[in-house]
Design a protein around this ligand. Sequence first.
Ligand code: ADP
Ligand code: MG
Length: 487
Amino acid sequence: MTIETPQINALNANLPTPPGERLWTAALEQTRSRSPASFEQWFSSVQYDGFETGVLSLTARDEFVRDWVKAHFLPDLLGHLARMAGEANPASLRVKWNISNGLDRPVCQPRRRNSEPPASIPPSSGLPSGRRSDRPSRYSRAQLTAVLNPKHTFPNFVVGPSNELAHAAAFASAGGGGPRYNPLFIAGGTGLGKTHLMHAIAHKVLDERPDARIVYVSAEHFTNEFIEALQHHKMDEFRARYRTDCDLLLVDDIQFLAGREQTQEEFFHTFNALHDADRPIIVTSDKYPQQLQRMPERLVSRFTSGLVADIQTPQLETRVAIVRKKAELEGIDLSDEVAVMLAQSVQSNVRELEGALIRLAAKSSLTGRQIDEEFTLGELAMVSPRRPELMSVEDIQRAVCGHFRLSNSDLLSKDRHKSVAFARQVAMYLCRQRLKCSFPELGRAFGNRDHTTVMSAVRRVEALRQRDPQVNAHLEAIEQRLASSEG
Ligand code: ADP
Ligand code: MG
């Protein structure tokens, strides 16, 4: 039976990382996030040997692995790698394959078998409610530490309005103080820090209570393990691992259980057993519990019975702080201006923001150029030639004010006069459409308005644009203004 989600080895490497390897690691993360379990299965038989001058060198354990990885993973991976390396066309990258049965540094740790002896654990748990029996535990601390990204800790997590509740609740679940909710359900879009918080909880508990039996697993992996246990008549072991031998359960990406009725049933009983014993359960998801599709009502109601904390897209200030933090961790020298520029250009997803920074750093060390504003601007333009992404809320507000002959303070004021209110709504609509800002972020940028106000403004202008030619004419004129200021 397989056990945990192995960690990509390259992430564990000590800094400084060579530039080619940084690009490779970032591209790999993107590919892995699509299907972690099968990725791990194949990439435990593949080794990364280098990425230089457009040539990626890999070793596969045998031809079968090479052909599978070539067919199923390489197109996606090379696409990411090309984008990060600033190549327009993935076909310009070459892949050099070696075949070798003995891999020193496989990309993922090979899966462990249950026949291996479990790592020793101290006899008693620091957690209050864990009752131990004399039989050998299924728990292995070594497996846990192998899957945790050492950089995903609480000190490395930047807290801002978009994630403060999730952060505080995660910190409390790890024994950091404050009310502890059980379960804690963390909901948020992709690349916004859910897995980071899960790892941070595990690191903190592990540091403070080394004998705590923590199980961190993706829902996909839980499913695969469950199926294997059923097939091999090892349900007792499976249940021991998740129920009796577990003091803290972290399940990532629970949306994966959608429609998997038998696994849902098993998870429901796992959940109840732990919850009844007052052991913390933390779950992440890309949707709120009520939005989870093909999930039985009794599970949804369990998920909402503790605290549901969401993570939204971070605002500009938080994104700048994240860029600074990542640069510090990676040993990348970055001016404040460049940090702001990056944060302005990548708005939706922290993983992509991180990818942009790593790409910049790699390109800079490959070409020997300093990461200054000019260099950054050029690189950003290459990745996303659409200038609107470099545009700010202020640029749009300025264009709208210019068109309607209003001052900026009118636009941000509480003035409800029809013409001012209309201009404000138009500006909100354009910001939403062109900058993809979140509603709360726009609320703050428009004189601290509630996000529901922004939402209805955007919808109103959207609808008006369809049916009112005059409104459409206003919008086109402003868009022209923006286009000419871009050039
Ligand atoms: P998710 O699980 O929500 O898809 P991850 O936790 O994998 O996202 O985060 C993607 C990347 O962004 C990780 O490298 C993580 O460290 C980083 N990240 C996200 N949010 C933050 C934050 N608030 N502070 C620092 N890094 C962050
Ligand atoms: Mg995740």
